[in-house]
Design a protein around this ligand. Structure first.
Ligand code: AHG
Ligand code: MN
Ligand code: MN
Length: 337
């Protein structure tokens, strides 16, 4: 049988199942080509002069790396002219980017974390791109970047597609259009993403957790309790020995969980209280929560399903607990115990 390319998968979702529109198909293909370009830039590393600091800060006050800025520019350039988008928003831009007047406007909104895992760029560890697609509400005011922000403030349940690219030993694109989760591998010679896994499923139980343990003293009691119980192993209340993994690129940690299960936590802690959490709702938590739920897992803040949060700000941060369903439900239950 012929290899199934991303284009073919999307055509079948459109033509046979009616799950996506032609414009959404185009949008996802354009994002995938941008991810290929980012993958090439990352692959050059020190030879391409792309490593190191950009010398600027983003809206969150974080120092931007050259590759953060380059990846953002690649995604903007690829997406603004195709006629499928109304506006874009990114971790690396204070305000939404409107489609310039010289190009037609479409009905979708795209948000992205152009490069996730900044701390891992210069040390050659897996990094990624995360994206989320919403429909632009009818009558949205897109006259200025400031007024356009409101159009994006929709709960994660309104996402029509979400995905991530992971730039690791291979470059993968993991995608949902609300019809399960599929994974494509970049064939570098052909310059195409080829379908390599259908119907990704996260096992409901796990013995593997991912959390930055250096924050332990700042966590709230429910997370303290849960991690203590896991560390107690076979002799403890959970009755099994756990393993710990933390790549510190959300994309890589979530991809491990999509592949073999596990629980990922960037929970609320006393350092993060004022800012609401560490990870960003619109372009980190929501797309990952949609993918995880589509794969049979769960995603909460500890107190609420992530996809149900009504966003108040474009760059809003939230606590994130996601992965194998039974474990996410356990620690979420501890928050209301
Ligand atoms: P980004 O590089 O897009 O700013 O995101 C980094 C995030 C996420 O990828 C990861 O899970 C987390 O920050 C790592 O945080 P620590 O450095 O506290 O481990
Ligand atoms: Mn990130
Ligand atoms: Mn980033």
């Amino acid at each position: 049988m012929a290899q199934r390319t991303l284009a073919r998968y999307l055509t079948e979702e459109q033509r046979n199942k009616g799950v996506i529109t032609g414009d959404l198909k185009l949008l996802i293909e354009v994002v995938s080509r941008a991810c290929q370009a980012i993958s090439i830039a990352i692959g050059k590393g020190g030879l391409g002069g792309v490593l190191g600091e950009a010398g600027s800060d983003n809206i969150q006050g974080e120092a931007q790396k050259k590759l953060d800025v380059l990846s953002n520019d690649i995604l903007l350039d690829a997406n603004e002219w195709g006629g499928h988008l109304a506006a874009m928003a990114s971790e690396e831009m204070d305000l939404p980017h409107l489609v310039p007047h010289r190009f037609p406007k479409g009905e979708y909104l795209l948000t992205f974390d152009p490069l996730d895992g900044s701390s891992n760029i210069d040390v050659n560890v897996s990094i990624g791109t995360i994206f989320s697609v919403l429909k632009c509400p009818d009558g949205a005011d897109l006259s200025t970047p400031e007024s356009a922000e409101k159009a994006f403030l929709q709960p994660g349940t309104a996402q029509v597609a979400a995905g991530y690219a992971v730039y690791g030993p291979t470059t993968l694109l993991v995608l949902t259009v609300g019809d399960g989760v599929v994974s494509f591998t970049l064939d570098r010679e052909q310059g195409q993403f080829l379908l390599t896994q259908e119907n990704m499923q996260i096992p409901a139980d796990t013995k593997e957790f991912a959390i930055n343990m250096s924050n332990q003293r700042f966590w709230e009691p429910p997370v303290q309790r849960y991690v203590d119980e896991m560390l107690a192993g076979r002799e403890g209340p959970l009755g099994k020995d756990y393993n710990m993994r933390w790549v510190a690129s959300m994309v890589a940690d979530v991809h491990r969980i999509m592949t073999r299960g596990g629980i990922f936590m960037y929970p609320m802690d006393s350092k993060l209280n004022a800012q609401g959490g560490k990870l960003r709702l619109m372009y980190e938590a929501n797309p990952m929560a949609m993918l995880v739920e589509q794969a049979g897992g769960a995603a909460t803040t500890g107190r609420q399903r992530i996809l149900d949060i009504a966003p108040e700000k474009l760059h809003q941060r939230v606590p994130v607990i996601l992965g194998s369903k039974n474990e996410v439900e356990r620690v979420t239950g501890y928050h209301s115990a």
